[in-house]
Design a protein around this ligand. Structure first.
Ligand SMILES: CCCCCCCCCCCC(=O)SCCNC(=O)CCNC(=O)[C@H](O)C(C)(C)COP(=O)(O)OP(=O)(O)OC[C@H]1O[C@@H](n2cnc3c(N)ncnc32)[C@H](O)[C@@H]1OP(=O)(O)O
Length: 237
């Protein structure tokens, strides 16, 4: 792993694993800062191709590969004021310090590591603070195949981990997944739209407990049930 100057500075400041935790804690404020900066610079609240130099692309905005169910669910949640749309970038670093994006970064966020739209993890997330709930509208693309025509179990675990982890970070701050248990009830067809619905259940000392269900967009099929536990640096925001 190649460390950049920013990494070295963070390590000097926080020490080994503290670096990751420190950065995750800054994600929340960083994401908000990016949004504020985009709005200030462009006068628009969102948009896939912003004309602002050096601003990272927000991947959680509709693109031409989204199917009608994905679009409908996205629009439904955008209209509901109890849900906050979360931006999504292709490196974790881009969530930090929105006013000074990092360029030429060699690492990628795993769920955003394919450049072509629609073939991998196509998703967007929304957060409901009052309910400590995070939902992810997920449309698995053809490169996520496991059984023929269906989504690989590891990819399902990934999107559950990402959703539960994001919810925990937005609720409490920096964290690492310690434990994730998943029941695979029904396979997820590639190209379909599912909702990954997670909730932070409780905080007990350094541990946060979360639960999650993955259901089809119409709630007709329960695909997965999961529970997760995370260990937290206490950055209660
Ligand atoms: C917003 C945009 C996002 C954009 C970015 C999107 C982020 C996506 C999120 C992805 C999330 C990940 O993939 S995270 C990466 C995968 N996870 C990891 O690699 C974690 C590796 N494991 C570790 O680093 C460590 O084991 C920790 C941090 C989990 C715990 O170590 P520690 O800090 O030394 O804590 P320790 O004293 O051992 O334990 C603290 C408490 O946790 C309990 N505990 C420890 N391990 C476990 C365990 N496996 N299962 C249950 N409980 C456990 C202990 O019993 C104890 O409870 P008590 O006695 O206090 O009650």
């Amino acid at each position: 792993m190649v460390l950049e100057d920013a990494d070295k500075e963070d390590i000097a400041r926080t020490g080994g694993t503290g670096t990751m935790l420190y950065r995750l804690a800054r994600i929340i404020q960083g994401g908000a800062a990016v949004c504020r900066q985009i709005t200030a610079n462009t006068g628009v609240r969102s948009g896939r191709h912003l004309s602002v130099a050096c601003q990272p692309r927000d991947y959680a905005l509709p693109n031409s590969t989204w199917n009608p169910d994905t679009k409908r669910m996205y629009e439904q949640l955008c209209r509901d004021p109890s849900w906050r749309r979360l931006p999504s970038y292709n490196t974790t670093v881009h969530h930090l310090d929105g006013t000074s994006p990092v360029v030429n970064r060699k690492t990628r966020l795993f769920t955003r590591n394919i450049d072509q739209d629609g073939v991998g993890f196509e998703y967007c997330m929304f957060y409901n603070k009052a309910e400590k709930r995070t939902v992810c509208i997920f449309q698995p693309g053809p490169y996520l195949e496991g059984p023929i025509g269906y989504t690989h179990g590891g990819c399902i675990a990934t999107i559950i981990d990402a959703t539960v982890g994001t919810g925990a970070v937005y609720t409490y701050g920096a964290a690492m997944t310690a434990n994730l248990n998943i029941d695979y009830r029904n396979p997820i067809p590639l190209g379909s739209t599912v909702i990954v619905d997670s909730r932070v259940e409780k905080l007990d000392g350094r541990k946060v407990y979360a639960s999650c269900q993955v259901r089809s967009h119409d709630d007709a099929v329960l695909h997965n049930e999961a529970t997760g536990e995370g260990c937290w640096e206490i950055f209660i925001l």
